[in-house]
Design a protein around this ligand. Structure first.
Ligand code: ADP
Ligand code: MG
Length: 492
């Protein structure tokens, strides 16, 4: 076990202990506090600050709805960008032919081929491959990155078994391109990069059309293929899920980050240029950007200050997988400093940002044993600390507080979307099933998070409307969705 303090100082006085936020000045009085552990002021305050009672959640849902409306009215009108996806035709099931998907959004990219056989045969064959991107390409030039992708795509196509996949005579290969970085979309098959995120910093790209970059690279590398649709991963999820279930109206991602997309009536989108528009389109809300009236604690503030985008994406920072473990770590750290959570020592690991991950919280909350053995072993493995039963209980409570707040706030966001849909369509009111397609490991693997989200949904929507809502976990359908959107937007 590695310890923070070489020689803890035990003061002889009884009474209030001295504490300075500079840990080097920390004075430990274990003799005084060893048997006074039943109250934990840090935890009590944290729980109070994180509370999301129904009336407050209602305010959050309303505030999100207000920002949705503001974002639909004018560009930059609210915290939510409400990006027009240019996806007007959703998959119907009638799509036929061979189409491809390319997903670029992290340290790996994925390629997929899909042979579509129309309503009856549906997906006749599909193949996919995941390729990791060498780090030097993530910070190199756009020619290098897209050249690498085009080469890998070409060899993926070269491996195709002619019996399984067939391109109709006279047709060119078409691709749906999922590019999970901030993009200003200008049509279904063009968009300019706003900025790189997630460790990417490829030169010569900002402000450039990402579709043109890929098309050019494919041409240079002799691959006869073109991008027919540029697709956000939430939009891909909605489209892929819609292919199997026509009641899908919303697509939500709850993974490392978060986002939501939904089917909107064109006539209620003031910022849409063509005024004669009828029918529907998909709006990419970029809801992670919502930042108003959220229950921010000192821990949220400090994490935000240290983040790459301080003051922004505060909703994402409370509900998505990247941040939940880090919030817990910060609370535990203060509990160690102020109330001796783990005895007189402060585990070094607890001072390492992002040492505690959401996966660990999930493991901690899985523990159903009386003596919280699994909690003990997670704490031992990750933080290198031997925690008493009392400490383990407190750790569980901190995790639960963060997960409860996150799940309930995510639920409030979904309600804002569902109510917006309901206002213009009256679907649920007329008894029509409405499906939210959900992707992302946070939702998939964290049962407590799911339950808290569901509770919020029912509390805000009421039992009757909620009974028409189905949240459907649709893992990895965004690739299929992108290929389908290439089909719907085929120019051949
Ligand atoms: P991405 O969002 O990057 O496309 P995923 O959907 O796989 O990828 O989500 C990954 C995120 O999900 C991780 O960053 C983590 O926060 C969360 N996560 C992964 N595994 C678990 C788990 N077992 N329990 C809870 N959360 C998890
Ligand atoms: Mg994902």
């Amino acid at each position: 076990m590695s310890l923070m303090f070489a020689s803890p100082v035990v003061t002889p006085t009884v009474g209030a202990f001295t504490f300075s936020s500079r840990r080097t000045n920390y004075i430990v009085m274990s003799a005084v506090r060893s048997n006074s552990t039943s109250l934990c002021p840090v935890l009590t305050k944290f729980q109070k600050d994180c509370a999301t009672p129904t009336p407050y959640l209602r305010e959050v849902a309303n505030a999100i709805a207000d920002d949705m409306r503001a974002g639909l009215a004018v560009e930059g009108g609210g915290d939510l960008d409400m990006i027009l996806s240019y996806v007007d035709a959703l998959p119907s099931g009638n799509e036929e032919g061979l189409f491809y998907a390319l997903d670029l959004g992290g340290t790996n990219f994925r390629v997929r081929s899909v042979q579509l056989g129309g309503k009856k045969e549906r997906v006749i064959a599909t193949e996919s491959e995941q390729i990791s991107i060498p780090h030097k390409l993530m910070i190199g030039t756009s020619e290098e990155l897209f050249g690498f992708i085009a080469t890998k795509l070409a060899s993926f196509v070269a491996k195709e078994k002619p019996g399984r996949f067939r391109l109709e005579q006279g047709k060119k290969r078409e691709l749906g391109f999922t590019f999970s970085f901030p993009v200003k979309q200008t049509s279904i098959d063009s968009g300019t990069l706003i900025k790189w995120t997630k460790g990417f910093n490829v030169s010569g790209m900002e402000g450039k059309n990402v579709v043109a970059c890929l098309n050019e690279a494919m041409a240079v590398h002799g691959l006869d293929m073109r991008v027919s649709a540029l697709v956000n991963d939430g939009v891909g999820t909605l489209a892929g899920a819609r292919y199997w279930d026509e009641d899908v109206m919303v697509g939500v991602i709850l993974g490392t980050g978060t986002n939501a997309c939904y089917v909107e009536q064109k006539h209620v989108i003031p910022k849409l240029q063509s005024k004669s528009s009828s029918g529907t389109t998909i709006i990419n809300t970029e809801w992670g950007g919502f930042s108003k009236i959220l229950p921010r604690t000192i821990f949220d503030r400090e994490m935000d200050e240290k983040s790459l985008n301080p003051g922004e994406h505060l909703y994402e920072k409370m509900i998505s997988g990247m941040y939940l473990g880090e919030i817990v770590r910060r609370v535990l750290l203060q509990m160690c400093e102020i109330t001796d959570l783990f005895g007189q020592f402060l585990p070094v690991k607890l001072s390492t940002p992002f040492a505690l991950r959401t996966e660990h919280l999930c493991k901690i909350q899985e523990d159903k044993t009386d003596d919280l053995q699994m909690v003990g072993s997670v704490l031992y493995d990750i933080l290198e600390v031997e925690a008493s039963l009392e400490a383990r209980r407190r750790v569980v409570e901190v995790c639960d507080t963060v997960i409860k707040r996150g799940g309930r706030l995510a639920g409030a966001g979904i309600v804002a979307l569902l109510e917006k849909i309901e206002k213009d369509t009256k679907r649920m009111g007329s008894g029509k099933r409405t499906v939210v397609a959900m992707d992302g490991a946070l939702y998939e693997k964290y049962p407590q998070y799911r339950e808290y989200m569901q509770d919020a949904l029912v509390e805000l929507l009421g039992h009757k409307l909620a009974s028409y809502v189905a949240i459907k976990h649709t893992k990895d359908v965004s690739g299929l969705g992108a290929a389908l959107l290439a089909a719907t937007n085929s120019i051949y």
